[in-house]
Unconditional design. Structure first.
Length: 329
């Protein structure tokens, strides 16, 4: 009996190892392909279009595969005529829309032969943007990202059942087998020693098998140097990288929560590495790494080494965010 139980426990641990290592591998592939895609989009269209994509906006000439970047469409209509393939993607159903209503969705995006040419948001039609359709590097990046995204989406579904349910099921099985094993050997010190020996073998086997550490937020967050360049380059980008309401300490020493409508854009004149002159004062800007997921920015006045401003950046939900600002003097 004890041999069978030990074998079942080992098989369970091996299955969980394979399941989670596969999830980690697919997640890393997806994140890597997504970063590469955004880099190619920036090189092809510019940083503005990277921000458009992140915000769920559209542009003329946008590859239709990118419509799946943020969310899945609620419906897709396809029409194929004379070598032209046209699709209409529908997003956000209108609640209580009538059968004969002109619009049943808040957003409609129309594509032809794989590229967006027109879209509607509410009652307004749009068709502006940079039409760049012949770019093999962009096509390759999109294809790689699309394949990785499909795998990434399917990792939450094993034979139609989410892995969390498998975890619960196998967890219960493990507990049942464990307690059965303990009860069958209760009162027998020799058998208990045997159990401890077998358990130590199982634990050692598990430790040797798990060669990959869990994927932490700092492993998948954007490189901090790239993040800062983007943070100081554009007001819209900066707003999206701040966790509002942000903690703010004024020159009076009092802490408060600063809302989005009160924020003032801080560009390269205030956030920089090295020396600059600000309002006739020579200042020094320095980024200090506290950990893999936290950086401190200090702006000092050189003449008296006083800190003028301190900012704290941290990784939240796999992205760098500004979480705290101190105006010292």
């Amino acid at each position: 009996m004890k041999t069978v139980v030990s074998l079942l426990v080992l098989l369970l641990l091996y299955y969980l190892y394979k399941l989670f290592s596969n999830i980690i591998r697919i997640s890393r592939e997806y994140i890597k392909s997504k970063r590469h895609l955004l880099k190619v989009i920036e090189q092809t269209f510019g940083l503005e279009y990277v921000q458009k994509l992140k915000r769920g906006e559209y542009w003329k000439g946008m590859p239709e595969d990118l419509l799946y970047f943020n969310t899945l469409p609620d419906d897709v209509n396809k029409i194929e005529t004379f070598g032209r393939i046209r699709r209409t993607y529908y997003f956000i159903p209108i609640t209580n829309a009538r059968k004969n209503a002109k619009y049943k969705y808040e957003i409609e995006v129309k594509t032809e032969n794989g590229f967006v040419y027109e879209w509607r948001i509410g009652n307004s039609m749009y068709n502006s943007g940079m039409d760049n359709r012949n770019n093999t590097i962009l096509d390759g990046a999109i294809n790689k990202w699309s394949i990785a995204k499909q795998k990434y989406s399917k990792r939450f579904n094993v034979f139609g059942i989410k892995p969390i349910f498998y975890m619960i099921l196998f967890g219960l099985m493990f507990l049942i087998l464990f307690f059965s094993f303990e009860n069958n050997n209760k009162g027998n010190s020799k058998k208990r020693n045997t159990i401890k020996t077998e358990e130590s073998i199982i634990i050692n086997t598990e430790d040797e098998s798990f060669g990959e550490e869990p994927l932490g937020e700092e492993d998948v967050a954007q490189d901090f140097d790239d993040f800062i360049r983007e943070f100081v380059s554009d007001p819209n980008s900066q707003m999206s990288f701040i966790k509002f309401p942000v903690k703010f300490k004024g020159i009076d020493g009092e802490w408060s929560l600063l809302k989005k409508d009160k924020w003032t854009f801080l560009g390269e004149d205030f956030i920089f590495q090295g020396k600059k002159t600000i309002d006739f004062d020579d200042c020094n800007g320095q980024f200090i790494q506290k950990s893999d997921s936290e950086y401190i920015y200090e702006l000092k006045r050189i003449s008296d080494a006083r800190i003028i401003m301190k900012m704290t950046f941290s990784v939240i939900d796999y992205d760098w965010r500004l979480i705290e600002v101190e105006a010292i003097i």
